[in-house]
Design a protein around this ligand. Structure first.
Ligand SMILES: Cc1cc2nc3c(=O)[nH]c(=O)nc-3n(C[C@H](O)[C@H](O)[C@H](O)COP(=O)(O)OP(=O)(O)OC[C@H]3O[C@@H](n4cnc5c(N)ncnc54)[C@H](O)[C@@H]3O)c2cc1C
Length: 375
């Protein structure tokens, strides 16, 4: 039934679209929606196939989305690292998308369970809230499992399994680390401290802020590198990557030899953090009385800090879900399942996951347009 497009939502949501659709957009970017990144390109995405996202991202760029935002007169600004945010509320982006749906003749059905999906070779038959519906194409855009309390489900993976399409094991991404009880107890007094770091794990290396929390480690740097972390991996942190701490301590020893080592560190680190690392390195006394070797050891304990996270906070607080619909099963041009004509997967449910910073919305926009132009 050409022209009518349905979008369904799970049971339990309310029925005022602008109130309850687009939950993740609403809370994103601290309520200002980091709606894209001007530097969005394939290198900022994780996937079993790093080339898959190139086609869609090249055909619908961040500039294309900005043009749409500008057409709606939504004011925006670049925050940092190419991240674009609304000056006002994320609700402006939601209203824009809903208006585009209205223009496109989209019907939005909320509180509607989707079930009994069948494909008889020509059309898809499914039940929407118990009502039989048929369609020539079926586009699955139900996201991943991150933040279940917002209605996230593994529905897309179930649909894929239903049609024999492989799924790359989903796992939480852009998620805070949890630590072994011993290390957590050690770091507990540092909760609330944020510090610039360079953090690395596997192929991931990021220079952003890290936050000590009562549950472990968070902040943009940690969220970024968590997508490259697997259980058992070691993480390396260089606190204050903008300075050579060993040189700074040597200079302090020369110029302020009567200063305590811990106090010398407070010139570069928050006081609690400085004292934590001085205690941990068992470095005490005046700089003048400490050998360069000891100061070097103190500096590298801060700028080459290595630890193994115990885990992550999981889907409860993960911003995205890594893995998902195997890109080997999809056309990179249309997002259509190669073996199941008319079935499309877009957005987060696909095994394409972006860095923090507007990349995941840009993938949702670009993959949505790729499928939208094909159905
Ligand atoms: C707290 C938070 C902040 C974020 N901030 C940003 C940001 O600033 N910039 C950025 O680029 N990315 C951000 N992200 C990531 C971004 O929200 C997602 O990558 C993006 O929303 C994915 O879009 P999607 O359409 O694929 O899936 P989703 O936005 O997750 O939408 C999927 C929809 O499908 C519905 N659904 C699920 N299961 C069913 C079912 N069984 N039946 C019917 N409907 C179903 C869900 O209710 C949901 O409405 C953030 C994520 C979180 C959690």
């Amino acid at each position: 039934m050409r022209g009518t497009r349905w979008s369904a939502r799970p049971q339990g949501a309310c029925h005022r679209p602008c109130q309850k659709t687009c939950g993740k957009i609403r809370i994103s970017g601290g309520g200002r929606c980091n709606f894209t990144n001007i530097g969005a390109g394939p290198q900022q995405f994780l996937s079993e196939n790093p080339h898959f996202a190139k086609s869609a991202l090249a055909r619908y760029t961040s500039a294309d989305f900005v043009a749409l935002v500008d057409r709606y007169g939504i004011a925006w600004h670049e925050k940092t690292l190419g991240q674009l945010f609304c000056d006002g509320s994320a609700k402006e982006i939601i209203a824009m998308l809903l208006d585009e749906c209205r223009v496109g003749g989209v019907e939005i059905w909320l509180e509607t369970a989707v079930s009994d999906i069948q494909h008889d070779g020509g059309r898809y038959r499914l039940s929407l809230g118990g009502r039989p519906v048929t369609a020539r194409s079926l586009v699955v855009a139900t996201g991943g499992k991150s933040i279940p309390k917002m209605g996230a489900t593994g529905f897309a993976y179930d649909v894929a399994a239903r049609f024999g399409i492989s799924v790359v094991e989903p796992r939480p991404g852009l998620v805070p680390f949890t630590l072994d009880p011993g290390l957590q107890a050690d770091l507990e007094p540092l909760a609330g401290i944020g510090v610039p770091v360079e953090i690395a794990c596997g192929a991931g290396r990021f220079r952003e802020a890290m936050l000590f929390t009562h549950r472990g480690l968070s902040g943009p740097a940690v969220l970024q590198v968590s997508s490259y972390w697997s259980p058992g991996d070691e993480v390396t942190v260089r606190i204050r990557p903008d300075i050579m701490l060993s040189d700074a301590l040597t200079t302090a020893k020369r110029d302020k030899g009567r200063q305590a080592a811990a106090n010398a560190l407070t010139d570069h680190l928050p006081k609690r953090l400085a004292h934590y690392f001085a205690d941990r390195a068992a470095v005490d006394g005046h700089l003048a009385d400490l050998s360069d070797k000891v100061l070097q050891r103190l500096a590298s304990s801060i700028q080459d800090w290595r630890f193994k996270p115990a885990g992550t906070e999981g889907y409860r607080t993960a911003e995205v879900t890594l893995g998902g619909i195997d890109t080997l099963a999809l056309s990179s041009r249309t997002m259509e399942a190669s073996a199941v004509p008319g079935l499309y997967f877009i957005g987060e449910c696909v095994d394409v996951t972006g860095w923090l910073g507007g990349y995941n919305f840009q993938w949702a926009w670009a993959s949505g347009v790729a499928a939208g132009e094909a159905v």
